[in-house]
Design a protein around this ligand. Structure first.
Ligand code: FCB
Length: 451
């Protein structure tokens, strides 16, 4: 299976990789950076496997040129990274910390010099701690602060950056960060976490306007989606699956694309809607976007969980290979998902970018130093073909960003889950491209030659 055997993608299709600030930058005290909720969360005993923290990451703040050189070797046409809000506004409010913005300006210039399109995400989960101390995404003020921060970032960078992403995976922030407490800020509020969904969406909408006012040309939001499969045909399991689908796949997309929330009755919310939604909010949230970012890893299979505030539970999906995380490898799920978005939103669906897709493996160098990650190559091959199938079926997909360039800090799993095309020795920070790096490089080269 050679990369060159993949069918040609449309001309101008973006081939990239994705990273995020807290997972790679390290240097958490450099140049006036403030404290984020992930710095705080990692210090709490028992939150992260083996007590790991993102204080080192992959050393990318101090050695960003190495990342850019590796991106150039890979031949990507675009790079999705995130801007750390606490570097731009150490307290989450007030004037910009110029040294923080200088870093992203240098990175942007370094990418452009290599012909790589910079695609920044403004919020990949690293909320400034002082804002969390005032209520975080449970409060409306955080949405307003987010727009101020977006304006500062655009004011400095929009002359060179065309496409912006506001939020990454607000579902994970609400579910893992505020409902279940397994991500920062570690709140286990169950359904009382729902206002964080609305306030993030409002933050997206306000930031969309602020970015454009400061010169941004294109703005989108990235969500993580998973086809929801019912464990059986029983009415209870089907209802549970529908409830999950609303929570993961619709609550962060319907308001943006349709200007309305889905029916939240399965979560005890009546037709009057969530009390935190104010007049005019949905108009702000549904202002046009230029794309939808889709992160896809695997489908989810569900059964009913009676007498619980969250009326579903996740079931294993047998019969597929699994990643080191235990996630099933289901490439056809990505075609299914893109088809679902097409059916659900019709003409309201803007161009789609696959902003994350990839897998963790137990990659360790062999005696000769080589890292033969054939499972990752199979994963990527299958999923990229699945994207092509969706394009053939009529979905307007404009880019694919593999997660991720180099093994990094994988949230609650610390450095244990390796998602990189490049192996990182976390003791020495030395890097070794894996076999998948060469495979993806060849694929991009063949596609660029064909396009
Ligand atoms: C996504 C996150 C990203 C990374 C991958 C594996 O949910 O956006 O930061 O951790 O999962």
């Amino acid at each position: 299976m050679t990369a060159a055997s993949l069918p040609p993608f449309p001309a101008g299709f973006h081939w990239g990789v994705a990273t995020s600030a807290y997972q790679i930058e390290g240097a958490v005290h450099d140049d006036g950076r403030g404290v984020s909720i992930w710095d705080t969360f990692c210090q709490q005993p028992g939150t992260i496997r083996d007590g790991h923290t993102g204080a080192e990451g992959t050393g990318s703040y101090r050695r960003w040129e190495r990342d850019v050189a590796q991106l150039a070797d890979l031949g990507v046409t675009a790079y999705r990274f995130s801007i750390a809000w606490p570097r731009v506004q150490p307290d989450g409010k007030g004037p910009a910390n110029t040294a923080g913005l200088d870093f992203y300006s240098r990175l942007t210039d370094g990418l452009l010099e290599r012909g790589i399109t910079p695609v920044p995400t403004l919020y990949h989960w690293d909320l400034p701690q002082p804002l969390e101390d005032e209520g975080g995404w449970l409060t409306r003020q955080t949405a307003e602060r987010f727009a101020d921060y977006a304006a500062l970032a655009a004011g400095r960078l929009a002359d060179r950056i065309g496409l912006w992403i506001t939020l990454n995976e607000p579902f994970v922030v609400t579910a893992y960060g505020y409902a279940l407490g397994i991500h920062a800020p570690g709140k286990a509020l169950m359904l009382d976490a729902l206002p964080t969904a609305h306030h993030q969406l409002l933050g997206h909408g306000l930031a969309n306007a602020a970015l454009r006012a400061d010169g941004a040309r294109q703005v989108m939001i990235t969500n993580n989606y998973a086809p929801a499969w019912a464990a059986s045909d029983s009415p209870a399991d089907l209802a549970a699956t529908q409830a999950y689908d609303i929570l993961q796949n619709r609550i962060f997309t319907d308001p943006v694309l349709l200007g309305s929330y889905p029916d939240l009755a399965p979560f005890g919310i009546g037709p009057e809607g969530m009390p935190c939604v104010q007049d005019g909010d949905l108009a702000v949230i549904s202002a046009p976007v230029d794309g939808i970012g889709v992160n896809y890893y695997a489908p989810t299979r569900l059964s009913a969980l009676p007498d619980s505030p969250l009326p579903f539970q996740m079931e294993p999906i047998p019969g597929y290979p699994v990643t080191a995380f235990g996630w099933p490898v289901v490439p056809a799920g990505l075609t299914e998902l893109l088809g679902l978005l097409g059916t659900r939103y019709g003409a309201a669906l803007p161009p789609v970018y696959i902003t994350e897709n990839g897998c963790s493996q137990r990659d360790e160098p062999a005696a000769d130093g080589a890292i033969d990650d054939q499972l990752r190559i199979d994963y990527l091959d299958g999923h990229i073909r699945a994207v092509h199938d969706a394009i053939t079926a009529g979905i307007d997909v404009r880019g694919y960003f593999e997660w991720t360039l180099a093994d990094n800090f994988e949230w609650s799993e610390g450095y244990h889950q390796r998602f990189g095309l490049v192996h990182v020795d976390h003791e020495t920070q030395s890097r070794t491209p894996k076999a998948s790096f060469a495979w993806y490089r060849d694929l991009i080269a063949a596609q660029r030659a064909a396009g």
